[in-house]
Design a protein around this ligand. Structure first.
Ligand SMILES: Cc1cc2nc3c(=O)[nH]c(=O)nc-3n(C[C@H](O)[C@H](O)[C@H](O)COP(=O)(O)OP(=O)(O)OC[C@H]3O[C@@H](n4cnc5c(N)ncnc54)[C@H](O)[C@@H]3O)c2cc1C
Length: 460
């Protein structure tokens, strides 16, 4: 990794002049939470955390860093899971959390403009107050920011129905590493006047530009919502059932898979009662929402599948209780120590085989390692978490990611490449594609100021 860790006094003084001394955090206790990622696997060091208040301050900070040869790591809520938002090579942390404005919801356009530091929960609250919804949702909603979710093109539990973050972003305000500002927040649905910067910045992981605001599409808020937890004898049957439900259930909004071991871990970690008397191999949490009550159509769809058991919840408290079995997986796995996390997609037809084979390959590589699998089954997206392996031991990374590539999958479904997976990018991208990515990086961030160690493998 390239490291540029000290800030010379002249540059330091310029940064303080831009953001003010209170927003230049240098004390150990102030920096600590910005230096360590959510999992605890990635811990770095920064000479300072710089906290700009608006786009002009962001642009000024980037300008100082370019002139003084300082590298920056943009950081939002620091819930990223691939070591992309923490200063592992002594970079300055650029925290975007103070960019927290929420404009009034544009009900006519069904859109809202928000600052990069606004949490996903806050966007959802603003949309709900206007009778609408923000479609992106996942367990880190209270902390993950709009800027971070755009930078990682976050997916989540509603991709099945609404697509990922890229499908929700109508435009962005951003400062590129080159210093150029791109600002398209008009919310035009049709806008083919040249390159679409919002699409390019979506999933760029802070390597091309710093997103300071986004114009987001909102969707219809349905009055009726129902959740069912369905048990299956095996994963293949669960995958087939979800495929069938997608064809017959227009109201289908989420389909989340987890397995018997993961459910037991969640119940143990958080003192939850098991949902069924019997232990089943696979579980799918399915949610439907509509203007009419979708309970009957969901029940009819479930009935045609080869299921083991089912629990249905229509009221908010019971729905939340069922969701905990799925959403608490990430937290429960973390109680076992920093996991190795992989967030992969495989072709749906091979998902059951993958879920079957991965734990065996992991255990054969690092005896005693345990594999926890759960994910967004409708998208072919599985989160593979491995515990009992030292953070720096990357033998399981090699085994899992190679297996994904052999199966025709992607080594990152939603979390991105970060710093954790740069080495394996060639498993999913051709030499030509990586060269094209480097050319884009050089053009938009010519001084390699922005997140220089993330996404692209070191050039040889
Ligand atoms: C419990 C839990 C559940 C999760 N579930 C999901 C899930 O279902 N789907 C999913 O996709 N992810 C999930 N994640 C991962 C994570 O929440 C997402 O990657 C999220 O988008 C990160 O947002 P953040 O604000 O925390 O970004 P950070 O972690 O701060 O940063 C992530 C990346 O974005 C860059 N970045 C941050 N802000 C900006 C900005 N303003 N401009 C440019 N670059 C920026 C950083 O440099 C870094 O590379 C989960 C995480 C947790 C802890």
């Amino acid at each position: 990794m390239s490291a540029r860790s000290a800030i010379e006094p002249a540059a330091f003084a310029e940064l303080v002049a831009i953001v003010g001394p209170r927003n230049m955090l240098t004390a150990d206790d102030e920096r600590a939470t910005y230096e360590r990622d959510w999992t605890g696997r990635f811990v770095g060091h920064t000479p300072a955390v710089v906290r700009p208040a608006d786009t002009h301050e962001v642009a000024a900070v980037i300008d100082v860093c370019r002139r003084h040869g300082l590298a920056l790591v943009p950081q939002g809520g620091n819930t990223g899971l691939v070591g992309g938002g923490v200063p592992l090579a002594g970079e300055v942390v650029l925290s975007l959390r103070r960019l927290a404005t929420v404009d009034p919801v544009d009900v006519v356009a069904r859109q809202v403009t928000v600052g990069a530091g606004v949490s996903i929960a806050a966007v959802q609250d603003a949309a709900a107050a206007a009778g609408l919804r923000y479609a992106v949702d996942f367990a880190a909603r209270d902390t993950a920011t709009v800027g971070g979710t755009v930078a990682t093109n976050a997916g989540g539990i509603h991709v099945l129905r609404y697509g990922g973050t890229r499908e929700q972003v109508m435009g962005v305000d951003a400062v590129l590493g080159s210093g150029h500002r791109v600002q398209r927040l008009q919310g035009l649905v049709k806008d083919n006047a040249g390159y679409h910067f919002a699409s390019l910045l979506c999933g760029s992981e802070g390597t091309l530009g710093v997103i300071t605001a986004a114009r987001l599409r909102l969707v219809t808020r349905h009055e009726h919502r129902v959740v069912a937890l369905v048990a299956f004898a095996d994963v293949a049957t669960a995958v087939e059932a979800v495929a069938a439900w997608r064809s017959i259930l227009d109201s289908l909004e989420a389909a989340e898979l987890f397995l018997a071991d993961g459910l037991a871990l969640v119940c143990d970690a958080f003192g939850l009662a098991a949902p069924f008397a019997e232990r089943w191999a696979a579980y799918v949490l399915v949610e439907a929402s509509a203007h009419h009550d979708p309970t009957d159509e969901l029940a009819a769809a479930v009935a045609v599948a080869d299921i083991g058991d089912v629990a249905v919840a229509t009221d908010a408290t019971r729905r939340a209780a069922l969701w905990r079995y799925r959403e608490d997986h990430t937290l429960a796995v973390n109680t076992l120590g920093p996991p190795h996390k992989f967030d992969v997609t495989v072709p749906l037809g091979r998902l059951a085989q993958f879920v079957d084979e991965v734990p065996q390959r992991v255990a054969a590589t690092v005896p005693g390692a345990r594999t926890w699998l759960f994910g967004h089954v409708g998208d072919g997206n599985v989160h593979v978490n491995v515990t009992g392996v030292a953070p720096e031991d990357d033998r399981v990374d090699e085994v899992v990611l190679t297996h994904v590539a052999e199966m025709g999958g992607s080594i990152s479904a939603e979390h991105g490449i970060g710093t954790a997976k740069t080495r394996w990018l060639p498993l999913g991208r051709s030499a030509d594609e990586i060269a094209a990515m480097r050319a884009i990086k050089r053009a938009l961030d010519p001084d390699a100021v922005l997140n220089p160690n993330a996404l692209l493998p070191p050039s040889v």
